[in-house]
Design a protein around this ligand. Structure first.
Ligand code: ADP
Length: 344
């Protein structure tokens, strides 16, 4: 076999191999025009072999989220977008530079994963919903029972009430999480921060019952734009954690301040702190550094998950700094699009 034939065979084999991949591959030239694509790109992106060589990919996929991403420069990988060629499928897409200013677009079909994820979400939502009524009934009867009428039950009645209340709270938190997970947008309402911060401080004082020193530093004359109910729930979760994980006599500071990149709401405490190895996993459901401490202080293990979801819906970020034995700072960073000057 001469050299040219050998090269042609190798090229043929490489193309066959690329065509057998379940992921879509598109080679783009330096002007983002389509040079070549594999079989999966026909199905997932809707590209047509006879027509689409040499076309501008963003024009060809016009109207799709993918086209908008390409036009904006395709900087970060794109997660979970509709497949332009198959409306019911979802893709993860990335763009890798190669050779001389050429690019390789990779699109992976993640539909089986997203379907499983949907089944998980529906299951959790249904179970939580089904548990709600029986728990309300049990809790109602426990509240009605008077320890004086049933002296034999008196020692355990308090514990039974506390546990049924805790189960009720877990179910409510799971339902909140299910709602937040399926929600794509929040309402754009003004959330006056002066009022909200005063409420958060009162909540901290009520929960602390005088066991901590509570400080409020409201430096920013800015309000938030978003869902008042969800923001209150997220910001108060951080306050309640600070109180629950700080021993008596500790300090808790609630701050609201403008920063060069927007504004930050932060809650600092002088409490138990969290070892660095746990920080990355704190927002996972039911993740606890110490289960007994969480349970004893009335935690459901879902608070920080709720915080993360609410912040995501407001395009905000959570950061955590902590030193074991010294304390922690949980901060929510809001971008300028979510801020309004306070009304005078
Ligand atoms: P929980 O209901 O258990 O408090 P969260 O999701 O709110 O659940 O928090 C997850 C875990 O993170 C807690 O169990 C606790 O171990 C840790 N944690 C959260 N906030 C603090 C804090 N301010 N100081 C120390 N540990 C904290």
């Amino acid at each position: 076999m001469n050299r040219a034939r050998r090269l042609a065979t190798t090229l043929h084999d490489l193309r066959d191999a690329a065509d057998s991949l379940p992921d879509a591959i598109v080679l783009l030239d330096e002007t983002w025009r389509v040079r070549w694509f594999n079989h999966a790109a026909q199905a997932l992106l809707g590209l047509r072999p006879a027509h689409d060589r040499g076309v501008l990919l963003s024009d060809r996929l016009h109207g799709s989220e993918l086209a908008g991403w390409l036009r904006a420069g395709a900087r970060a990988p794109l997660h979970d977008v509709a497949a332009p060629g198959r409306a019911e499928d979802r893709l993860d897409v990335s763009l890798q530079p190669f050779g001389r200013r050429q690019r390789l677009l990779l699109a992976r079909d993640i539909s089986p994963l997203t379907r499983l994820e949907q089944i998980r979400r529906d299951f959790v939502a249904n179970v939580s919903h089904e548990l709600r009524t029986p728990l309300t009934v049990i809790h109602g009867y426990l509240e009605l029972l008077d320890p004086q009428d049933v002296p034999a039950l008196a020692p355990v009645l308090g514990e039974m009430r506390a546990q049924s209340k805790r189960m009720g709270q877990i179910v409510e938190d799971l339902l909140t999480l299910s709602r937040l997970e399926t929600q794509e947008h929040v309402t754009d309402e003004r959330v006056p921060m002066a009022g909200l911060l005063a409420t958060l401080r009162k909540e901290a004082e009520a929960l602390s019952q005088g066991r901590h020193h509570i400080h409020l530093e409201a430096g920013a004359e800015l309000d938030l734009l978003g869902s008042p109910k969800d923001l209150h729930s997220a910001l108060s979760n951080l306050v309640s954690n600070a109180v629950r994980y700080t021993p008596q006599g500790g300090h808790i500071t609630i701050r609201w301040q403008a920063t060069p990149t927007g504004a930050t709401y932060a809650v600092s405490d002088t409490g138990y702190g969290i070892p660095a190895s746990h920080l990355a996993r704190l927002t996972e459901r039911f993740y606890r550094v110490s289960s007994s401490r969480s349970r004893d202080s009335g935690g459901t293990g879902l608070g920080l998950s709720i915080v993360k979801h609410v912040l995501n819906l407001h395009q905000a970020r959570l950061t955590v700094e902590s030193t074991p034995g010294q304390g922690s700072t949980f901060a929510c960073h809001f971008a300028p699009e979510r801020l309004l000057p306070t009304e005078t």
